[in-house]
Ligand binder design. Structure first.
Ligand SMILES: [Zn+2]
Length: 245
């Protein structure tokens, strides 16, 4: 199978009933990345790949809904799995928070690859590129590519980040739209469906997957609001869905 994205959790900020916070699985051939490890996503991850076989963990930022299960993964690898270390790619604040939560230096298990804005690296044939978004803490958007195909994940961002520059020409944009236009207000560290769709259109992305919708909002309303602006294919993220790029 080529480059693909599987939704492990997609609730915005906190889990909807029976749901999970932010987490995704990006696969290409035998390479697999757990992209954000929000609460509820470790269980869903293992429906597809075991932690023992995972290539790396990528974490956008240290907000609990995006990274809360990283300390849990530490214990799983440390005590129970047939592997000694696992690469973790993240901004430095994620490492600091993980060390604090575990209670000591986690580098015996986590092979930390600290990234900043503009950094690029490769994991088992997948190329990653990072860009700092505009959020309430240091947060990295990431482009994940294999040859000609690229997925861009916005992580969390307010409207001030230049999404269209970073995502230009992406084959699939996994974009956060926590709220609807009527819920926009100054200082909101997230996008509305309207704001995401305008940027997806400007970036010329081939396909849009809307995620991080807050519990209680109607996903169909998010879809309609975006479809009035962006005329490419749009899907709403749902746990268990896989999108092939
Ligand atoms: Zn956040």
């Amino acid at each position: 199978m080529g480059l693909s994205l599987t939704i492990l959790g997609c609730s915005g900020s906190y889990a909807e009933p029976g749901g999970a916070c932010s987490g995704y699985l990006v696969r290409d051939g035998g390479t697999s990345l757990w992209l954000d490890c929000g609460p509820g996503t470790l269980g869903n991850l293992q429906r597809h790949v075991s932690l023992a076989d995972l290539s790396a963990i990528v974490v956008s930022h240290h907000h609990p809904d995006h990274f809360g299960e990283l300390p849990v993964a530490y214990n799983a690898v440390k005590w129970y799995l047939e592997r000694e270390t696992i690469p973790v790619i993240a901004p430095v604040s994620v490492r600091e928070m993980a060390d604090a939560m575990v209670g000591h230096d986690t580098s015996d298990v986590f092979d930390w690859r600290i990234v900043g804005s503009g950094d690029e690296l490769s994991i088992d044939g997948l190329d990653l590129r990072f860009d700092l978004t505009e959020h309430s803490v240091e947060c990295m958007a990431v482009e994940i590519g294999s040859g000609e195909e690229h997925i861009v994940y916005t992580a969390d961002t307010s409207p001030g980040w230049d999404l269209e520059a970073f995502a230009a020409g992406a084959d699939l944009l996994l974009g956060e739209a926590s709220i609807l236009e009527v819920q926009e207000r100054p200082g909101m560290p997230h996008l509305s469906s309207r704001q995401l769709a305008e940027r997806a259109r400007a970036a010329g992305v081939s396909r849009l997957v809307i995620t991080h919708v807050i519990p209680g909002n109607d996903p169909e309303a998010h879809l309609r609001e975006a479809a009035a602006i962006y005329d490419g294919r749009i899907d709403i993220a749902e746990v268990g869905l896989t999108f092939e790029v």
